[in-house]
Ligand binder design. Structure first.
Ligand SMILES: Nc1ncnc2c1ncn2[C@@H]1O[C@H](COP(=O)(O)OP(=O)(O)OP(=O)(O)O)[C@@H](O)[C@H]1O
Length: 491
């Protein structure tokens, strides 16, 4: 009785310990996978990130990590079940070698049947996973395109019935057919136990009755752990696909810029900004579907501290690409960039970036000003008033009260962020495009000159030809090359 009670306690504690342990270790592993993937995305070169479809990244971060987490949650029980099954097998072999051989024969046949059924299911899991990528893309369109869908009846109808409903149907069909494979495995497994028990009972005339009774008892006990192993096969296969997917994505984003998460200091280690120069700068987008890629450059350019430079040119001429290359966002262009005469390479590129504040055309506004070292709330309020948005949003505890503003007002908020970043070079990509005529005039006639007076170097992408005289120099871009560099008065 004492031994039984002792074993009971060991069993209880063992199971409890395994559960708690697997939860702690498992969640550590999942957190590591999440952190690693996010880290890779932060460190990945922007051009590579732009080539990786957004919906694939989101699906990996959500669906794949979720599946891996589900598998890890069941891993301890799977290991316990495997140990139980192995122990039972050893005990059966010890009890009766001939009976063990008979059971093992059926077990091997059962295993081969289950393997074949799992293989069937595996192909369907792959299809299902691909459909998850597709539906993620449709979900994005569903949310981002809500206005267009409301407006256009045909678009709405087709989007729902032809696109989203098709994606949903694909997932349903793939899941259904994969579950046929896993249900077949479970059924084969159950049947095999009864075949084993039946075969042993059939042979009972030649077997020792007490050994046979014990054997069948163990066999019935074994059904539990083996059933658990078979039931976890689909989760195992699905998480294997997810693991491969995450690994493939990690491989794609492998050329990471190491050291980007090493420090939060934005101190400018190359001295006070004096000049920026590029020689023979050239950047080409990767070839896609046999369409010739856009090539920027070669660009030779010098920007001196305190200058206001306008970059102008037709749509698609390469203005945004030029500023992304100049700012070191596309990290490995051909040619050279110098800041204060120091050549920029992999070792100092992130120090170099700390000289710039930029508002891109497709900028993202973070609600909290965590990118700014110190914020003076009074200063922010003064800027809000100056840019005529103090009645729309306020600033408390390092965050704006709301970002639900018009496009032009959001750009004014982004401008405030660049004021607060206090960096020497400010780059504005079509900032005034959403501003009303009054504010556009204020921007070119008051804000830019004010920034210049404060010593900022300004690089401004603009289509507003009536204000080109606000620049010291105008660079005209055509087909990725500077075709004209004129003083503003002659533009
Ligand atoms: N991520 C990308 N991958 C491949 N090609 C790209 C990518 N981004 C831009 N391009 C191509 O580069 C060219 C220049 O684009 P860019 O955005 O620099 O033009 P732009 O002069 O800023 O145009 P706009 O005035 O319309 O803003 C375009 O022809 C575009 O097709």
């Amino acid at each position: 009785m004492l031994a039984f009670a002792g074993l009971l306690i060991v069993m209880f504690l063992g199971e409890f310990g395994a559960g708690v342990g697997q939860s702690l270790v498992g969640q550590d592993i999942v957190a590591d996978i999440r952190r690693d993937l996010v880290r890779k995305i932060i460190l990945a070169p922007i051009d590579q990130l732009e080539q990786t479809e957004r919906h694939r990244l989101i699906a990996a971060l959500t669906a794949d990590v979720g599946r891996i987490s589900g598998f890890i949650r069941g891993l301890a029980y799977l290991i316990v079940a495997s140990c139980e099954a192995a122990a039972c097998a050893i005990y059966m072999a010890y009890l009766s070698w001939p009976m063990f051989c008979a059971v093992a024969l059926v077990g091997v046949a059962n295993y081969l049947g289950i393997r074949a059924a799992s293989r069937l299911a595996y192909a369907r899991y792959m299809e299902e996973r691909q459909s998850v990528d597709n539906i993620q893309k449709s979900y994005q369109a569903l949310i981002d395109g809500a206005k267009e869908l409301r407006l256009n009846r045909r678009l709405r109808y087709r989007f729902f019935y032809d696109q989203i409903a098709t994606d949903i149907e694909r997932i349903r069909a793939a899941t259904n057919s994969s579950s046929v494979g896993s249900v077949l495995s479970v059924a084969l497994d159950s049947a095999s136990f009864f075949i084993m028990a039946g075969a042993l009972i059939g042979l009972s005339a030649w077997l020792d009755k007490s050994e046979l009774a014990q054997f069948i008892l163990i066999l019935m006990y074994l059904k539990g752990p083996v059933g658990q192993i078979v039931l976890s096969l689909p989760t195992f296969d699905q998480s294997l696909i997810s693991f491969k997917n995450v690994a493939e994505l990690s491989q794609r984003l492998r050329q990471s810029e190491e050291g980007l998460l090493g420090s939060q200091s934005d101190s400018r280690t190359l001295g006070a900004f004096e000049s920026l120069e590029c020689r023979g700068l050239r950047f080409a987008f990767p070839v896609k579907e046999e369409v010739a890629p856009f090539v920027l450059g070669p660009i030779d350019l010098r920007v001196n501290a305190g200058e206001t430079i306008f970059i102008v040119g037709e749509n698609g001429s390469g203005k945004t690409t030029l500023i992304k290359v100049l700012l070191g966002i596309y990290p490995s262009p051909d040619g050279q960039i110098f800041l204060n005469g120091v050549c920029i390479d992999d070792s100092n590129r992130d120090h170099y970036r700390q000289y710039f504040s930029a508002i891109f055309f497709d900028f993202h506004l973070f609600a909290r000003l965590t990118g700014v070292e110190e914020t003076d709330e009074d200063e922010v309020r003064a800027h809000l008033t100056r840019l005529d948005i103090a009645h729309k949003t306020s600033f408390h505890d390092g965050a704006f009260s709301t970002l639900d503003l018009s496009a032009g007002q959001r750009k004014r908020l982004a401008l405030i962020v660049t004021y607060l970043e206090k960096r020497p070079v400010v780059v504005l990509d079509e900032w005034a495009a959403e501003q009303d005529p009054t504010f556009r005039r204020i921007f070119y006639r008051e804000i830019l000159p004010e920034m210049k007076r404060k010593g900022k170097t300004l690089i401004v992408v603009s289509h507003d030809d009536r204000y080109f005289d606000a620049a010291d120099r105008i660079l005209k871009i055509k087909d990725g090359k500077i075709v004209e560099a004129a003083a503003a008065t002659s533009a």
